[in-house]
Design a binder for this molecule. Structure first.
Ligand code: MLT
Ligand code: MN
Ligand code: ZN
Length: 302
């Protein structure tokens, strides 16, 4: 299975259009020290030419242009076989509407996420005015086969586990499964990628499940719980926004460094997070613990 990091920044991108925090300043003034990043999304494929997206970001147009594909016959080619959603947040779903020219789209998500994009953000309803959207509702806990748009099997399965967090601000219900860890498995090799761009807590059950993955892509939104308050951006702690901070004794770095996954990579990194800066002490701490700070364009094969 091939896994590409298409976008590794949290909502707003890096630098964020309206932000002049210390990290965004470095990204503007000296991008070689803090590479700009587009909004959080991955692509994965069993054969290297037919791709599924993990979340559809507002930067999807530029992101899908980077995907390899087979020779195109005819005048149209849809480079996305399906879109797997880990939540209904705008940075993970607005890209669905931007793919509306695709005529036939496949969206794979939990019932909670489907309800939110149907009834609350109406991303699904708006897209359905332009395209047929086939919805595969995935119940929590059961692996489900992923098919290509033509109905043939991809050889990949998807399994969703609910994680701690809060539903999107615009969601009218707090339904179990609004935020999930997605486990993508290649049935021919048994190898698995765990994709968890939003996670508000790491309990023992989730950790044991993550440990089975060869490749772990995990929530690197904030360095500290009070990151936004310290910068006078917002009073909201990271944990109240559904993001476990990277640093600290109960932070994700300390906990994930104990897992045996071959590759552990941070993604969905907020523009304020100091680990974005090359050569920073925060970046050094991540790397010393055996984790990777994700960057757009990184490619993994498992
Ligand atoms: C999040 O990751 O918590 C959300 O994307 C926040 C937002 O959309 O503003
Ligand atoms: Mn987000
Ligand atoms: Zn910033």
């Amino acid at each position: 299975m091939h896994v590409f990091l298409l976008g590794t920044a949290a909502g707003g991108g890096f630098p964020q259009w309206n932000c002049w925090c210390p990290t965004c300043r470095v990204a503007r003034e000296d991008p070689s020290r803090a590479h700009p990043r587009s909004q959080s999304s991955i692509a994965f494929s069993a054969d290297g030419v037919r791709w599924f997206l993990g979340n559809a970001s507002p930067d999807v147009r530029e992101q899908v242009a980077t995907l390899p594909h087979a020779a195109v016959e005819g005048v149209r080619h849809v480079p996305v076989e399906g879109i797997v959603l880990t939540d209904a947040e705008l940075d993970h779903t607005l890209g669905i509407t931007l793919l509306r020219e695709g005529r036939l789209l496949q969206v794979i998500a939990t019932p909670a996420v489907v309800h939110t994009i149907s009834d609350d953000s109406r991303v699904l309803a708006v897209t359905q005015a332009f395209a047929t959207v086939q919805i595969l509702e995935v119940d929590l806990g059961d692996p489900v086969p992923l098919d290509y748009r033509d109905g043939s099997s991809s050889g990949l399965t998807i399994e969703m586990k609910a994680v701690r967090g809060d539903p999107p601000r615009f969601a009218r219900r707090d339904e179990v499964g609004h935020t999930v860890a997605a486990f993508i498995r290649d049935t021919s090799t048994g190898k698995e990628c765990a994709f968890v761009p939003g996670c508000g807590g790491l309990g023992p059950k989730l950790l044991a499940r993550l440990d089975q993955a060869e490749l772990l892509l995990f929530d690197g939104t904030f360095w500290t719980d009070d990151e936004l308050a310290r910068l006078d951006i917002s009073d909201r702690p990271a944990l109240s926004m559904g993001h476990v901070p990277v640093s600290g004794v109960e932070g994700s770095l300390a906990v994930l460094s104990q897992l045996s996954c071959r590759l552990k990579v941070y993604t969905h990194i907020n523009n304020t997070n100091p680990m974005l800066v090359e050569g920073s002490s925060e970046r050094a701490a991540v790397e010393a613990s055996g984790l990777i700070v994700g960057m757009d364009g990184m490619r993994f094969e498992i």
